[in-house]
Design a protein around this ligand. Sequence first.
Ligand code: URA
Length: 217
Amino acid sequence: MSSSPIPSNVNVLPQTRQLLGLYSIIRDKNTSRSDFIFYSDRIIRLLVEEGLNQLPVTDKLVKTPTGAEFKGLAFEGKICGVSIMRAGESMEQGLRDCCRSVRIGKILIQRDEETAQPSLFYDKLPEDISSRFVFLLDPMLATGGSAMMAVEVLIARGVPQERILFLNLIASPEGIAAFAEKFPNVQIITGVIDDGLDENKWIQPGLGDFGDRYYCI
Ligand code: URA
């Protein structure tokens, strides 16, 4: 885990032994695809729960079967998911597991081979997205190029930064710094911040290509 100062809009999951064990499995190059999926899904579930934890709430009083009152709370506001294709789609089920029948939009951004700049190829977003909290899903925050372009698409559709939560399993310090400088009011929820990017923009120590390991290998 990186020792650089963490910007205030970045929320890193508590580094419990349980979480470290899960990361040890998905980072291991010898882990089978089915284990990679199973243990990544467990981390994704924790990220979604932490994202839900950031949403506004109101007081709610309920009566329990014992006749007593319980001073609890209720979530406020509607949410939706937006996955950055292809790897972000791996996080959709984790969101559905917590929020039944949640609406999920998609954004396809690809890096131009010649310029290395990301460009937008496709988006399909819920009509009423501007009135929702948006869980933006992409498992690896490397340079942040795709995620920042996705946030620009959301802002152009009327979603304020304050209602965007970007969920990822592993972030690089470079990606965090670039993203937090450009969008200081978007909440980043990550499982861990790694050491940095190598010369080919892979996260180190990282886990390789998340999409390939989840969908192909
Ligand atoms: N995307 C990945 O899947 N892995 C990285 O290390 C960087 C981007």
